[in-house]
Design a protein around this ligand. Structure first.
Ligand SMILES: [Mn+2]
Length: 424
């Protein structure tokens, strides 16, 4: 399902005067507004193929209908988001849920929607039909060499699919760990995992990156073999220059200082990928910016500062992706909200007066430092975000267009009420 440019222009013309007034005010207040708008225009956030359907919990799932039935329809949905916000220009695939049987065709479908292929994701957290060995007691950490080998070969197969599509990175998230004390040897589990990751790393093309994603707990509840940023950094450092840590906001213990983690990983040149979501308790996978928008802003402050310190390009030198689940919202509406929340936090971080902040830090002026951060955070930057969309041909108000065009009802008409997009 597509929305004509004429339709988007029509909606835009209705709110154009109001938008222009708000933008003119901001441009008067912010000397480098033009630069921020252009940086926003370049910033793209990848959408994972598994975020297009209704998520669920172990208690159940309440699908909204019209979910994509195959890879083409997943690409089509992200194409629709990208058409509205011009900031969702990449898709992240999951193998085996999204095996591209005909890569040339899939590449053409994505190109027609202006989409690139972001990181490929492997899956050794569930058993697939016909699989020789079970991952019940882990994959790369497993005490059995045959099981470890199966997991290694799967990851190499994922790299091959990615090469065929033009992706340039592999994200490895392992559910490996233990549920009870004594179940495994922490040291052996680490050594086995490192050995397996090394074999996978050896298969990476020169221009590829490997992202080692960590998670504090779940589905294992006593230990996780890549449990925190320290363990991920240890693997990435031992693997070599193509290996990086990936930070998923929901994968920390409560109240972790994620902005500090981000700052240090960037300082070490070892932050490679980023997964956005929000949470109240654990890995809740809620809409980005819905619970702790100030924390998101503080994280972006460190991302911007840390990337600037290393001369990195904000838009392309890290892998940016949403990794969320949508239990009670229309997934596409949720993703539009998430992308906008990310853009808002990014724009606010670009607003921070870094010189003044450094000066305040140098004289231990705690009050001034807080004022400087909150001055940026309390600025309503939404007109700049909307202007970036408008210039790229997107919608001033993506959600209004989505609702005005009754997209979900159209998708249900075409695809049916009972469709399943996820492999879980
Ligand atoms: Mn993730």
């Amino acid at each position: 399902m597509q929305i004509d440019q004429n339709k988007i222009d029509g909606y835009n013309s209705q709110s154009l005067r109001k938008h222009e007034r708000a933008l003119a005010f901001l441009q008067g207040e912010i000397p480098h507004a033009a630069e921020i708008i252009s940086q926003l225009g370049e910033f793209q956030i990848a959408i994972p193929s598994w975020a297009l359907g209704t998520g669920g919990t172990r208690f159940g799932r309440f699908p909204a209908g019209g979910e994509p039935r195959n890879l083409e329809e997943k690409i089509e949905d992200i194409g629709l988001l990208h058409r509205l916000n011009r900031a969702s220009g990449a898709i992240s695939l999951h193998i085996p849920w999204d095996i591209p049987e005909d890569p040339a065709h899939i590449r053409a479908v994505a190109a027609a929607h202006g989409l690139k292929f972001d990181a490929m994701n492997s899956n050794t957290f569930q058993d697939q039909p016909g699989q020789a060995h079970s991952y019940k007691f882990g994959s790369l950490q497993n005490v059995s060499r045959d099981i470890r080998q199966q997991a290694i070969e799967h990851n190499i197969e994922v790299i091959r699919h990615g090469i065929a599509l033009g992706s340039e990175s592999l994200t490895v998230w392992l559910s490996d760990g233990s549920c009870f004390p004594g179940q495994l040897s922490f040291r052996k589990a680490f050594e086995n995992t490192l050995e397996g990751l090394s074999e996978i790393y050896a298969e990476l093309p020169d221009n590829w990156k490997m992202f080692v994603e960590y998670k504090a707990f779940e589905p294992n509840f006593y230990s996780t073999t890549v449990g925190d940023w320290g363990q991920s950094l240890l693997y990435a450092s031992k693997l070599g220059p193509k290996a990086y840590t990936l930070v998923d906001l929901g994968h920390h213990l409560p109240n972790a200082n994620i902005e500090q983690i981000v700052a240090l990983l960037l300082m070490e040149g070892k932050l490679g990928g980023f997964h956005f979501n929000d949470s109240k308790y654990g890995d809740d996978d809620l809409t980005v910016g819905s619970i702790k928008p100030y924390q998101l802003f503080l994280i972006f402050c460190e991302l911007v500062d840390g990337m600037n310190a290393r001369g990195m390009k904000h838009a392309t030198d890290l892998g940016w992706m949403i990794d969320a689940s949508h239990n009670v919202k229309d997934p596409l509406e949720d993703l539009l909200q998430s992308v906008e929340a990310i853009q808002i936090a990014y724009a606010q971080a670009l607003l921070v007066d870094r010189k003044a902040l450094t000066a305040a830090q140098e004289r231990n002026d705690v009050v001034a430092a807080q004022e400087i951060l909150q001055q940026a955070y309390r600025t309503d930057v939404r007109p700049m975000v909307a202007e970036a969309r408008l210039r790229a041909g997107g919608a001033l108000e993506p959600l209004s267009v989505y609702r005005g065009e009754q997209v979900r009802a159209g998708l249900i008409r075409r695809r049916g009420l009972v469709t399943i997009a996820t492999g879980l």
